[in-house]
Ligand binder design. Structure first.
Ligand code: HEM
Length: 463
């Protein structure tokens, strides 16, 4: 914050109430959920916050308001070039928010027809991923990772498993070989930290993806890049490049968090441990519980008001930034059942966003996460936490909701001979008529499943 709460004198493009910081040393991952409830009590469903020093915005905490924010593009644009603070040059070039919201010619930053055009290409490319092959690829990569640490009897499942798996799989989906994939990961990591080297990192990223695009134009393969390049929406090479970056950035850390938090639940929640053996609750139920209670992106930037308007009890001005408060909206007391707990099978959480920009990769992401969790649960059946649950810490971030570490021990790994990984192939040939998303994977019917109104266990008092 550049000014204290008491003397806050909001300028144009900033909220008119004193803004509460969403960052700072006291705000670790455990403190944020309490802060959301405090903001809800003090301000209602839309609250003034600051997301970085000098950067004020509105946090949308209400479920109903978040649906409106994501669905009504005419009032809430995705295009950061409308953002007053940016237009007035009030965002420092090294502000940590800039790499996240800087405009690119990609679907995440486009509205209306421009968005629909790029979204059709991305959705079609994702819809052509062959689920069976994707499952095989994830399982093979998971087996290899598990084999690399199984002999030791201990592992930290965040760096050794959850953080490695989605990256490897997404690189293969995009059509990159291992070496180029590693280089791209490093380059993208360099671009999202806004420091002196980020321009170089950005150049390296463009070079690697530029080479990939050239190769796939010349010799298309069964991968997402080739599908994008040859889609009738006729994306330019530059658009393909930036949409690939968005896919990687939007898909990698979120899936890492989803896998690790689900494993934590399976390791710590007695209801899940006994149910998985006895059949009442499934891995999909644990994945859903995470999406409700610990959404992998807890807050997502951003939308920009296109006009002055009254919204959630606040006066919003054209050009104000609004943040999607995904975790807070999932806990909105106006929509949670009376028990305060989500109902099994209810997927009306907002972890994937909503409206025209809702995550287009929900099915492949679930398949990756489910396979990752299933595989390690089978290979290390006696795995248990190597620290007390209270010692598990969340990464300190107002955006990402992920575990910093998940140390486990195990005595009796059940290892197979690892099959060689294969690239998952989108189904050829391309029919290209803006294919709908593939239907959600059928939920396995657990033996002795309970009626639909089961509620998920009250996991995670320490949110
Ligand atoms: C393979 C993994 C994934 C890929 C490739 C991916 C890709 C994308 C893309 C391309 C968008 C932009 C959509 C648009 O602007 O039209 C997006 C949005 C989003 N994704 Fe994903 N995603 C993945 C996994 C996830 C996961 C695991 C989560 C969280 C559970 C997630 C949450 C979101 C959210 C919250 C948005 C923003 C929605 C909005 O702005 O309204 N994604 N994703």
């Amino acid at each position: 914050m550049t000014r204290s709460h008491a003397d806050a004198a909001p300028g144009p493009g900033a909220p008119r109430c004193p803004a509460t910081p969403l960052y700072g040393p006291q705000l670790d991952g455990d403190a944020l959920p309490g802060l959301y409830e405090d903001l809800r009590l003090r301000h209602g469903p839309v609250a003034p916050v600051s997301v970085a020093p000098g950067i004020d915005a509105w946090l949308v905490l209400g479920h109903h308001e978040l649906l409106r924010l994501t669905r009504e593009e005419q009032d809430f644009s995705h295009d950061p070039r409308r953002w007053t603070l940016l237009r007035e040059g009030r965002v420092p070039p090294d502000s940590p928010i800039l790499p996240m919201v800087g405009w690119r010619p990609a679907l995440l930053f486009a509205d209306g027809q421009q968005h629909r055009r790029m979204r059709a290409a991305v959705s079609d490319a994702l819809a052509r991923i062959n689920g069976h092959e994707l499952r095989r690829t994830v399982r093979a990569a998971a087996e290899r990772l598990i084999a690399s640490f199984a002999a030791g009897g201990t592992a930290d499942l965040v760096p050794h498993y959850a953080r490695k798996l989605p990256m490897e799989v997404i690189m293969r989906l995009l059509g990159l070989d291992e070496r180029a994939g590693q280089q791209l990961v490093q380059a993208i990591a360099g671009t999202v930290v806004a420091n002196a080297d980020s321009a170089n990192a950005s150049r390296r990223m463009a070079e690697i993806l530029g080479r990939l695009i050239e190769d796939k134009r010349r010799a298309p393969g069964n991968d997402v890049t080739s599908a994008l390049l040859h889609h009738p929406a006729r994306l330019s090479d530059e658009e393909v490049l930036h949409n690939l970056v968005v896919m990687f950035v939007a898909g990698n850390q979120t899936t890492v968090n989803w896998i690790a938090t689900t494993l934590r639940i399976l390791l710590t929640d007695p209801a899940f441990r006994s149910s998985l053996a006895g059949g009442h609750l499934t891995v999909d139920d644990a994945l859903d519980l995470v999406l409700w209670r610990f959404p992998p992106t807890q807050n997502f930037p951003a939308r920009y008001a296109t006009r002055d308007l009254r919204f959630g009890g606040q006066d919003i001005r054209a050009g104000d930034m609004l943040i999607l408060g995904l975790a807070a909206a999932n806990q909105d007391p106006r929509v949670l059942p009376e028990t305060g707990r989500p109902v099994v099978g209810n997927r009306s959480h907002l972890a994937f966003g909503a409206g025209p920009h809702a995550c287009p990769a929900q099915d492949p992401a679930r398949l990756i996460a489910r396979t990752a969790v299933d595989t390690i649960s089978h290979r290390l059946p006696d795995m248990e936490l190597a620290v007390r649950e209270e010692e598990l810490a969340w990464v300190k971030s107002p955006w990402s909701k992920g575990l910093a570490a998940l140390p486990v021990r195990f005595a009796d790994p059940q290892l197979p001979s690892a099959p060689a990984p294969q690239a998952p192939a989108p189904q050829a040939p391309a029919p290209h008529a803006s294919a709908p998303h593939p239907p959600p994977a059928p939920r396995p019917a657990p033996p002795g499943a309970l009626p639909a109104q089961r509620t998920l266990p009250q996991q995670g008092e320490r949110r």
